[in-house]
Design a protein around this ligand. Structure first.
Ligand code: PGA
Length: 245
């Protein structure tokens, strides 16, 4: 595990974007695994900046997103498809048909999960997967207790995750209860994983990730066995690491 500690969120975003930009320069037909949430927003901004400067070209790139809420249409302002379009895909020259997000409105969600896993295998595996981390250690929507062997599947969101995401919805009732997410095994297929964490509310999760044992109650701990994992964390998120583990 490589750990890069930055002074602040802006530097974290620049660092993550730099790694992705150099991946694209090395391999113009790269497959990127992407994440939603607040943390990667700065990274997408930086990636758009370098695209606008003519430094990158997404015409041959494919992307696979981690997850999607069940029940939200792709144009619902809180769907992850909409998030990705707005913050990234609509701002670069990626062909939309090369951008994959699970379909949270599929009638048969088990079938959709297998279909998505098959897409990961056909299009991917990603050269690089961008990840955030939940305060409870979740990655994607893989909540504590998820099997490390899991493929793409449907999950019921925990009350704490629904609460954390409620800020994006008008009322708590509107926050979806289920999601389709790449499983932990699916995430591990990626050749390289870059996990981002910013802010003191992530400090305990980062401490546990670095010092803790592999434990299905802390999904991110599975990443310790991935051969190419880079953590990019700001000082606030790293604050508990140098204290006694
Ligand atoms: P955040 O979410 O980036 O909005 O903090 C990360 C996550 O819950 O995976």
């Amino acid at each position: 595990m490589e750990v890069i500690v930055t002074n602040n969120y802006e530097e974290l975003s620049r660092k993550a974007a730099e790694i992705i930009d150099s991946q694209l320069k090395k391999e113009p037909a790269s497959v990127l695994g992407l994440a939603t949430g607040s943390t990667p927003l700065g990274t997408y901004k930086e990636l758009v900046k370098s695209y606008e400067k003519g430094q990158t070209d997404y015409s041959g790139v494919s992307t696979l997103n981690l997850d999607e809420y069940v029940g939200l249409s792709p144009d619902h302002h809180q769907s992850y498809r909409c998030f990705m379009d707005k913050h990234f895909f609509d701002l670069i020259n990626i062909p939309k048909e090369n951008t994959y997000v699970p379909d949270g409105r599929a009638e048969d969600l088990a079938e959709e999960s297998s279909r998505y896993e098959q897409i990961i295998d056909e299009i991917g595996p990603p050269d690089l997967q961008l990840l955030g981390i939940g305060e409870n250690g979740h990655i994607g929507f893989n909540e504590p207790g998820t099997s490390f062997e899991s493929g793409t599947h449907v999950v019921e969101l925990t009350p704490s995750t629904r609460q954390a995401n409620a800020r994006f919805f008008d009322t708590m009732e509107e926050v979806p209860t289920y999601a389709v997410t790449m499983g932990i095994h699916s995430i591990h297929k990626s050749k390289r994983i870059i996990l981002l964490a910013s802010g003191k509310h992530k400090a305990e999760a980062i401490r546990q990730l670095i010092y803790g044992e592999e434990d299905e109650q802390f999904p991110a701990s599975s990443l310790k066995r991935h051969p190419d994992l880079t953590l990019i964390v700001d000082q606030e998120a790293y604050a508990l690491v140098n204290e006694k583990g």
